[in-house]
Write a protein of this length. Structure first.
Length: 432
């Protein structure tokens, strides 16, 4: 076959997305007429290889094609995508220099408003790698995020069915970008920028994925706390804890109460966090917080138990000493009844947590209303007050919840989104 015939046949198959059929035709074309091949032959061959996940060969032919046809937007797109798959996307990065050289090349060759380039995927992968560091360089992460034009990012979420038949929905690039940006701004110390961006995107996007609205709200709460806007930060934490109950969120609430000098509330939140599931070595900061609060409240023995627990835990993990814990122990007379063994200290600490958790008063009332969606309602208390409750807080999962049912309940801190202020709600709801 002539050059013209092979070129047209290969191009037609590529246009029909019959890449497996196109590939041998391109191979014959380049074997017989390599010197005659034009820009679209090189692009078609490289693109077919790319579509067949033959990334190394796609990169080779796209690179060679660009040497002949410098600046070709078609070859540049295939080249950058191939480079992304070969050097940037792999989970294991063996050579960081090659990784960042490739990432920077993709940035240099990709226009921010080109929706067909691998620029967003590249930036997100770089951020992912940088966040894996023990102490992430958030100013550097910000630098990478700012290589993107948010206005050009795809706002559509992506869904697919996995091998188990479950429908998976992924956040849009636009949502992902802002979730990363808000965190990077807060971690970099740009608290006003974090608050502004968080407020903007929380109003901009209606339907978030992976609870991104909560994590963005958390970063905003942290930024408000750093600026000593404690009441605003508190309102957001109470709002977050309605939906999420992770121990580290309760710890952050305890830290906020500590800064507000609300010592009793700080202790309650910290002990609640300590008793929650979680790896104890991740809670070393929480245990030191409990020690500080106990000491402030004049409970020296309880404070020393936790300070020694911090010391023993760090020794167990092979970490360096904690100066604050060491100073707290050395500043007070020795108590021989406090063990030094980590396991014994942890058991003693758990006893202290149970003894110091306040016993919430139990109220009686009846369910006065179940909202139409069935997920929450209101309880009319014997004292005449009405309290909001979530069916998820109903004993047994809410199957028995019904209007006029007599119940008992306790009151816990919550947040009224409509009135934008802290409030209380009914929890631990049980039928009489």
């Amino acid at each position: 076959m002539s050059y013209q015939e092979l070129s047209e046949q290969a191009g037609a198959l590529r246009k029909e997305k019959k890449f497996e059929e196109a590939l041998p035709v391109f191979e014959a074309l380049f074997e017989q007429y390599r010197d005659l091949c034009d820009e679209f032959d090189w692009w078609g061959y490289a693109q077919s290889l790319l579509k067949l996940d033959m990334y190394e060969r796609a990169l080779q032919y796209a690179r060679e094609g660009l040497l002949k046809y410098k600046g070709s937007p078609y070859l540049t797109t295939v080249y950058t995508w191939s480079l992304y798959h070969v050097r940037v996307k792999p989970e294991r990065v063996n050579d960081r220099d090659l990784f960042f050289n490739a990432a920077n090349a993709i940035v240099r060759l990709s226009a921010p408003d080109n929706k067909y380039s691998p620029l967003p995927d590249t930036v997100f992968r770089v951020v992912e790698l940088l966040e894996e560091e023990y102490t992430p360089d958030y100013p550097e992460i910000l630098t990478w995020l700012r290589k993107l034009d948010p206005a050009a990012l795809d706002r559509q979420s992506f869904s697919f069915t996995n091998e188990e038949g479950k429908n998976i929905v992924l956040a849009s690039d636009y949502e992902k970008y802002h979730a990363l940006l808000v965190k990077a701004l807060q971690e970099s110390g740009d608290y006003e920028g974090c608050i502004f961006t968080a407020t903007f995107i929380l109003n901009e996007i209606g339907n978030f994925h992976y609870d991104n609205d909560l994590w963005i709200t958390r970063q905003k709460a942290l930024a408000l706390r750093r600026l000593a806007r404690f009441d605003e930060s508190l309102g957001l934490y109470l709002q977050i804890l309605i939906r999420k109950h992770d121990w580290f969120l309760k710890m952050e609430l305890a830290e906020l109460y500590e800064e507000m000098r609300a010592w009793e509330k700080a202790l309650i939140a910290a002990l609640d966090a300590a008793d929650d599931p979680g790896v104890n070595k991740m809670k070393v900061g929480l245990f030191m917080l409990i020690a500080r609060v106990f000491l402030t409240l004049g409970k020296t023995r309880e404070a020393l138990v936790h300070a020694r627990l911090v010391i023993a835990l760090r020794e167990k993990e092979g970490w360096g000493s904690d100066r604050d814990a060491e100073e707290m122990v050395s500043a007070h007379s020795a108590d021989e009844t406090i063990p030094e063994d980590y396991g014994a200290l942890l058991n003693l600490a758990r006893i202290i947590w149970a003894e110091n958790q306040p016993k919430a008063p139990v109220y009686k009332g009846k369910i006065s209303k179940i909202l139409p969606h069935g997920r929450s309602g209101f309880i009319e208390c014997e004292d005449g007050n009405s309290y909001y409750f979530s069916v998820s807080d109903f004993n047994g999962g809410g199957k028995e919840a019904a209007v006029n049912l007599g119940v008992t309940f306790v009151l816990v801190d919550s947040y009224d989104r409509a009135k934008q202020k802290p409030t209380v709600k009914a929890a631990e709801v049980k039928p009489l």
